[in-house]
Design a protein around this ligand. Sequence first.
Ligand SMILES: Cc1ncc(COP(=O)(O)O)c(C=O)c1O
Length: 460
Amino acid sequence: MKTEKNIPYKIYLDEQEMPKKWYNVRADMKNKPAPLLNPGTLQPMTAEELGAVFCDELVQQELDNDTAYIDIPQEILDFYKMYRPSPLVRAYCLEEKLQTPAKIYYKFEGNNTSGSHKLNSAIAQAYYAKKQGLKGVTTETGAGQWGTALSMACAYLGLDCNVYMVKVSYEQKPFRREVMRTYGATVTPSPSTTTEIGKKILAEHPGTTGSLGCAISEAVETAVGKEGYRYVLGSVLNQVLLHQSIIGMETKAALDKYGIEPDIIIGCAGGGSNLGGLISPFMGEKLRGEKDYQIIAVEPASCPSLTRGKFAYDFCDTGMVTPLAKMYTLGSDFIPSPNHAGGLRYHGMSPVVSQLYHDGLMEARSVEQTSVFEAAEQFARIEGILPAPESSHAIRVAIDEALKCKETGEEKTIVFGLTGTGYFDMMAYEKFNNGEMSDDIPTDADLEIGFKGLPDIPEK
Ligand SMILES: Cc1ncc(COP(=O)(O)O)c(C=O)c1O
C-alpha cells in the first residue's frame, strides 16, 4: 500500500476534539427550506400543531432556521462517545486498485451495532423524548437501520419503542428484526391491521410489500392515539439533518487537521439525512462564499426523486396524515419496485437538500442497482468493509469520479459517506452473486401516476 507522507490510513479525532455543537445549515441559506404546511388550512404548521406529533424540543429545532450552532447536550455527547468519533479513512487500497491519481476518503459510520449513521439522530430524539417525560416513541423503518438505531437509543434511556417495519424488509431481514426485539422494541410489519390507515392501504393494494410512506402513516397514527407517546422520524426532517451534521463536522475537523481540501463530496440520498449531515459545514462555507465544492447526491434509478421528481408540496407519507413538505418528490402514491436498498426507497427528499439542489448548489445522479453492487463488491474486496447497499450508491459515484480523474490525470480529492455495513443485506448480495439482480427503472408513464396524486397547492 502506497501511503502519502503524514496522511494516515485512518484519521481519528481524539475524544476531546469531537464537535460539541451541531451545525444548522439553514442559518446560512439565503432561500430557506419552505415551511411544513397544515394540509387542512395550508398554513405553516405552528409549534403547537407539531407538538401533537413530535417532542417539544425537537419542534423548536425543526422550526429554527436562524441559529447556526446548537449545543449537543452532555448526555448525548456521552452516548456518542460509545461509537464516535468515527474514522475518516483514506482509501489507499482502492486508489491503487483503480490506478487513479484521485485521493479518495470515506467517512465510515457503520461502526456501531445498528450498523449505520442513524444512531446519531436516534439518541438525540430519544433523549428529548425522555427529557419531556414521555413513555415511548413510535417510528417506521425501511431497511431496518433506523429502527435498530432507535431501539438501541430507547433501550439505553428506558423508553418504549414501537417500530413499523416495511413488510418487504420485515420478511427479507429477519435478523435485523430480531436485533430490534433484542433491544426491547415491538416490531410490526407494515402495512398492518393495527391501524386504520394500514387496513385501508391493505384493502386498496392487497399483497403490497409496503413502503416507507405507508409505515410512516401507521407510526404517526399510533403515536397520536397513544397517551405519552410521540412520533420520531429517521430522516427527511430539518431536525434529523441537524443531528447528522456531526458527520460533516467531524469530517471537516479531520480534514482540517491535515490541511486537506476536498474537491468533491458525495453521499447517497434516501430522505437526505446522511448527505445533509455530511455536507452541512462544507455547504455552509459555500453558502457564505468562502469556498466552493462539487457536491453530489446519489439516488437509485428505481426511486429517482431528485433527478426525475417534481419540486412541490407533498405528503411525507402514503396515508396523507403528515404535514405537507416542499420537496423533490415522486408523489406519495409512488411505490418503488422492491429494490435492495430499502433505505433509499422513499418518494420524497429532505426539504433542506431539495432547496439546495433547486438553487443549483449541488448535483444529483441516479445509478442502477447492478452497477451499485458491482461497486460494493469491488470495494469490499479491496477495502475490507462489506458496505450497505444504500452506502454503495455513494461508492459507485466515487469510483466513477476517480476513474474520470484517471482519464484526465487530475488529482482531485474525493470524500464520500460510507453510511453503513451490509451484513443484513446478504439476500441482496446473494441475488447479485447469482446473477439474478435486475434494474427496475420506472417509465415516464409510471412516474406520471405518482405526480397525478400531488396535492394542488396554490403558489404564494
Ligand atoms: C445505511 C444507510 N445509508 C443511507 C440511508 C439513507 O437515508 P438518508 O438519506 O436519510 O441518509 C439509509 C436509510 O435507511 C441507510 O440505512
